[in-house]
Design a protein around this ligand. Structure first.
Ligand SMILES: Cc1cc2nc3c(=O)[nH]c(=O)nc-3n(C[C@H](O)[C@H](O)[C@H](O)COP(=O)(O)O)c2cc1C
Length: 355
């Protein structure tokens, strides 16, 4: 049924659909009995899916990835849509408009998206007000990035300012240094730039802090970031953001669409590779959140057994529709029971440990 709806929605420009669907979901979630009913029907209820990580209880492993709800306009929606948690943002210290439209494109033949949104958001202060008024039904993480107009030399203070505003109100905080759509942002992944940013954020908040990385970094840079994260006592790593690679795409005319990050199946292989490398390096010392091209319960299971304690998705939700999170959680429950696992955490890294 979502197939028919999706075909209709895909006739409309993607950013307009986003606004439209968001408005409908907000309307639905505003009615408390409907919201609660949806959460009971779609949300993860089997206790085998629950886990407590960095002091936060997650009812299910699949969360909404950053970028969908940049300003926390739908804080009530995500539990009702079946997600175990949501990552809000990216927000920046200062409000900014993002890049000019069009800036979001569907690559339907690849079930992928290309975006160069550029952190359009109302600012960390506006999100803090929304978070303070909200009673979360599922954990709400917040993803922070650098304001475009802030020079790289002042990045530390920019991240610090956002942390001060949203840190006390979030279940966890993600330092985003991996969007391809803010000039120079990914250079902050270099350990000498990353260390002062992460240290400042850690000093500013008692919330668990994670760092979100790009799929396009070398394995040795990946190892350096993993080692730094362990050394500084980070809670975990979110891997990965979108890719700038255009390799292997079936969709024609992608080059004419211009710059941007690709999400969905084209990033899946590298996201899984990055996860495996991180897990072999840090094991259980960090919580690994795997994101990038997760579409099916098989994909989810592969990531969990490769070492991911939590998962996220964005593009899979667009192509999969309102029951997507439920399907993934249901599939993971079956695999846990079939494999004789007493809990999700027993399955995390089980394939990696078998070699
Ligand atoms: C339209 C769009 C906007 C995004 N915005 C952000 C963002 O603001 N911050 C961020 O960390 N990631 C952002 N992402 C990346 C996603 O969070 C995710 O890392 C990436 O899309 C890979 O996951 P997926 O294949 O499930 O979509 C965005 C992705 C898309 C498609």
């Amino acid at each position: 049924m979502y197939g028919v709806l999706r075909r209709l929605l895909f006739l409309i420009p993607p950013e307009r659909v986003h606004t439209l669907v968001f408005a409908v979901l907000r309307g639905v979630a505003a009615v408390a009995p409907i919201r609660r009913g949806l959460r009971t029907r779609l949300g993860p209820t089997d206790p085998v899916l629950a886990s407590t990580l960095f002091g936060v209880r997650f009812p299910g492993p699949l969360g909404l990835a950053a970028g969908f709800d940049k300003d926390g306009m739908g804080l009530d929606i995500w539990g009702a849509m079946g997600f175990g948690y949501a990552e809000i943002g990216t927000v920046t210290a200062h409000a900014q408009p993002g890049n000019p439209s069009p800036r979001l494109f569907r690559l339907a033949a690849d079930r992928a998206l290309l975006n160069r949104m550029g952190f359009n958001n109302h600012g960390a202060g506006a999100l803090a007000i929304r978070l303070a008024r909200h009673r979360p039904e599922v954990p709400i993480g917040v993803n922070i990035g650098k304001t475009k107009t802030t020079p790289a030399a002042d990045a530390v203070e920019d991240y610090r300012a956002s942390t001060r505003l949203v840190g006390p109100l979030s279940s966890y905080l993600v330092v985003n240094v991996s969007s391809p759509n803010t000039p120079g942002l990914r250079d902050l992944q270099a350990v000498e730039s990353l260390r002062p940013i992460l240290s400042a954020v850690l000093a500013e908040t008692s919330a668990p802090v994670l760092v979100k990385i790009a799929p396009d970094i070398s394995d040795s840079d990946l190892d350096d970031i993993a080692d730094l994260a362990v050394e500084l006592g980070l809670a975990g790593i979110v891997a990965t953001n979108t890719t700038v690679s255009r390799a292997g795409l079936i969709t024609t005319g992608v080059e004419e669409l211009g710059a941007g990050g690709i999400s969905g199946p084209p990033v899946a292989r590298r996201a899984a590779e990055v996860l495996r490398r991180l897990y072999s390096r840090v094991g259980d010392r960090l919580v690994l959140i795997s994101v990038g091209g997760i579409e099916t319960a098989d994909d989810a299971w592969e990531r969990i057994t490769a070492g991911a304690s939590l998962l996220q998705g964005y593009t899979g939700f667009i192509y999969g529709g309102g029951l997507w999170a439920k399907h993934i959680h249901d599939g993971v429950v079956h695999r846990l029971h079939d494999g004789g696992f007493a809990s999700l955490s027993d399955a995390v890294g089980s394939a990696a440990r078998q070699g």
